[in-house]
Design a protein around this ligand. Structure first.
Ligand SMILES: NC(=O)c1ccc[n+]([C@@H]2O[C@H](COP(=O)([O-])OP(=O)(O)OC[C@H]3O[C@@H](n4cnc5c(N)ncnc54)[C@H](OP(=O)(O)O)[C@@H]3O)[C@@H](O)[C@H]2O)c1
Length: 316
């Protein structure tokens, strides 16, 4: 396949750009499937190979390391777990993607991670005549499945523009500014979600105690001023006691921890963020870090010694 440099002006297409992907978990698996459907050649690596199998079955190619992915790709995306994973998959000198990328190649990290690590990645990439974009996402597992993610991109603007045809296959890209600005936007997004989730579960606890039908209640508020994407994504899951992770508690605690450290650097007091972080840490303390973030209801149930379970069983 004839490939072009990402610094050229030719639009990115499946005919001229080979894609690599690291991390095929809840988000990555769905995102990759859109790229394959659009006709891109996709080489993938993820820690647990069995999680790549559904994508290998529909035409993705397996590579044994991030370095091997990069050596067969012009643009390498990652959506892994924690900043330490981002560092490992991109910067490890013997197995990381940057060690295998040819000059002109691009790394796109879509993990929710540290803004300072985005800066470090970008300068490491520049020293190899490559570039790096931070492009974390919001919209949950459903947004990944339906290709309706909000993508917050930071880094060189022309590179983001050139990659826009790919981002558009996953959702809507928003250019936020220079390197790290994508991560800062995502962190502000998480600060907003933290208090929104707390409001959602507190409203449910109150409505339950007041004897309301919770299904009717959620339906009624969803089109008013209390409506939210969090309610749309998680309201019914809470009522059905479906705590399977679309978005892991462990990852939210990671995000809120990064937010709090950034607040400390900035001299910011954000009490809603701090409170939500403490309540989510309490889920981890109960061994519930692998549940989804909607499990916050369990914390409020324990605080009040009540359970919505009776309300949800009467729905069935
Ligand atoms: N889920 C959401 O709703 C959502 C929304 C927006 C942003 N995010 C963020 O996106 C990231 C991924 O979330 P997710 O829900 O897709 O998590 P996930 O299901 O755990 O997926 C991450 C995948 O990356 C793999 N991985 C982790 N570290 C790796 C490493 N060092 N080398 C190779 N592969 C590695 C994991 O392998 P294993 O399978 O072996 O663990 C896993 O398959 C997180 O930073 C999260 O905060 C999630």
């Amino acid at each position: 396949m004839a490939t072009t440099s990402l610094t050229s002006v030719e639009p990115v297409t499946p005919a001229n750009t080979r894609l690599g992907w690291i991390g095929t978990g809840v988000m990555g698996r769905s995102m990759c499937s859109h790229l394959i459907k659009a006709g891109y050649t996709l080489t993938i690596f993820t820690r647990t190979q069995s999680k790549a199998q559904p994508l290998l079955d529909v035409g993705a190619h397996w590579a044994p390391s991030p370095l091997a992915v990069a050596s067969q790709s012009d643009v390498v995306f990652s959506i892994v777990g924690y900043p330490s994973d981002v560092r490992q998959v991109h910067l490890d000198p013997s197995s990381g993607a940057l060690a295998g990328l040819r000059p002109g190649g691009v790394l796109v990290d879509m993990t929710t991670s540290d803004p300072s690590l985005a800066v470090e990645l970008s300068s490491a990439a520049a020293s190899k005549s490559c570039s790096a974009i931070d492009a974390p996402v919001s919209g949950g597992d459903r947004g990944a499945k339906n290709a309706t993610l909000s993508i917050f991109a930071g880094g060189d603007e022309p590179t983001v523009r050139r990659l826009t045809p790919i981002f558009t296959l996953l959702g809507k890209v928003n250019y936020m500014g220079g390197t790290g600005k994508g991560q800062f936007a995502k962190l502000a997004n998480q600060i907003t979600i933290a208090s929104t989730m707390l409001g959602l579960v507190e409203g449910l606890i109150y409505a339950h105690k007041a004897g309301l039908d919770l299904s009717l209640y959620l339906d009624a508020i969803s089109t008013g001023a209390a409506g939210s994407k969090s309610l749309d994504l998680y309201g019914n899951r809470i009522l059905k006691r479906d705590f399977e992770a679309g978005f892991f508690v462990n990852h939210f605690v990671k995000d809120l921890g990064i937010c709090l450290r950034e607040c400390q650097n900035m001299g910011l007091a954000l009490p809603g963020l701090a409170l939500a972080q403490q309540l989510y840490v309490s889920l981890k303390a109960h061994g519930e870090g692998d549940l989804g973030t909607q499990a916050l209801i369990l914390v409020l149930e324990r605080l009040n010694n009540i359970s919505l379970e009776s309300a949800s069983s009467s729905m069935e």
